[in-house]
Design a protein around this ligand. Sequence first.
Ligand SMILES: Cc1cc2nc3c(=O)[nH]c(=O)nc-3n(C[C@H](O)[C@H](O)[C@H](O)COP(=O)(O)O)c2cc1C
Length: 486
Amino acid sequence: MQTLNFVKLGSLRNIDAFRKLAADLKLNLPCDEKILKAPDSPLAQPIEVQGRKVGNRWAVHPMEGWDATLDGRPTPPLTRRWENFGRSGAKLIWGGEAMAVQAAGRANPHQLQIDAAHLDDLAGLRQKLIDAHRLHHGRTDDLLVGFQLTHSGRFARPKGEPCPRVAYRHPLLDQRVGVTSDKAILSDGEVEELIGCYIQAAGVAADAGADFVDIKHCHGYLLHEFLGAHTRPGPYGGSFENRTRLLREIAKGIRSSRPHLLIGVRFSAFDTVPFYPDPTQSSGKKLGPGIPENYSACLPYRYGFAIDEAHPVNHDLSEAIRFMDLLKSLDIRLVNISGGSPYYSPHLERPAAYPPSDGYGPPEDPLIGVARHIAVTAELKRHCPEMIVAGSGYSYLQEFLPHVAQSVVRQGGADFVGIGRMVLPYPEFPSDVLEKGTIVPRRLCRTLSDCTTAPRKGLISGCFPLDDYYKALPEAEQLKKMKGGR
Ligand SMILES: Cc1cc2nc3c(=O)[nH]c(=O)nc-3n(C[C@H](O)[C@H](O)[C@H](O)COP(=O)(O)O)c2cc1C
């Protein structure tokens, strides 16, 4: 695969070199000189979230591993991942991982499922996380744990093969997932049934001990797609009010059945048209840099959320801002800001210098991608200061992550810094920062893509390069061979 010509962050000697790189790229990245330990660090400050005290400003993002049983229950590697999340020291566990509210909505045959039949498994899984947190960090009364509820929509593969269910026909994405007729569109009746599944799943989450549920609206999955259903007729498409009806009905149902359960929303606040590897620069396993699909026949572009209709490679934050206002009016205060989709715009969602196997070479320096996440999140937080906002996309920062995270929180650009990929090889990252004021460079994830490549090749996810648990699995060798020895 392609090795890119960007300055590798691991090659930078110090914070000044990092700042210079950011300045050369014309990025206004917040960045503190020194990492502060608790209790002085901004990242160590407790915060109140709708009546609950949360002990620090680190969040662990939801990270699924394609490793549940075929009937959607936890397995040993999955449980270990949750224990690692608990061990991390982060006081906000945003969702654990995506859990399908309907079997048909699973993204793969090994995704967790959440319904009454899975209650005991999920309660046990949460308890393992809590126990690990207590063992390593003493107290759990300031830990907030959510469950992420999802339907994979266009990217559903409940039995392995694509089985897309969509909000509307998409001129560029339909072909990618094999949508060839309107039969894939969920009917209004099916949408109503689905609302019931979300409400029931939230009840299961509450019974399993979750503090909140995330009604997931990101990464191209079904509820994100509904936010962009401009072209869908009927009550769930067209106007902003209709495109957000699903959320409002789910929230209303949860509030009436589980008034004490907090509700959060993770949403893709910026997006673009689908990208693909430039064929003129791809050969064999080498992926060319990402370029946008030809969208000239699709203007004005009405096939997504928070996309500039006239120049759809760019985002337009006006609807994301409106969505924040809506969340506030629904008393949904917990938001987690992400962008794009791992399927059609991974450079937006997961900045990385090395592409996953189904991706493309970065069309921009990945640091630009990180800065975009930070800027969008800060703008939304500025617009709605009452909201409790977690930011995403930080793992690419590697050794400079604590410097940037600390500065973002100090400046009020986010309330929580969420980390995803970095937690897989290095779960103690947040606690090392807070307790030691330093991190261990050899434990840092540098490629940031094997955890995506493995499942794209039908394997479980995990950190195959750095985590001894995964290094020892036969899948590590398989993955190496599949990647052609890289
Ligand atoms: C292997 C893997 C699994 C993921 N699973 C989920 C998921 O279940 N739900 C979700 O909202 N995001 C998921 N994500 C996205 C992450 O939560 C996060 O947004 C992304 O990795 C960017 O943050 P980072 O730079 O800290 O890794 C996943 C990402 C990876 C690499």
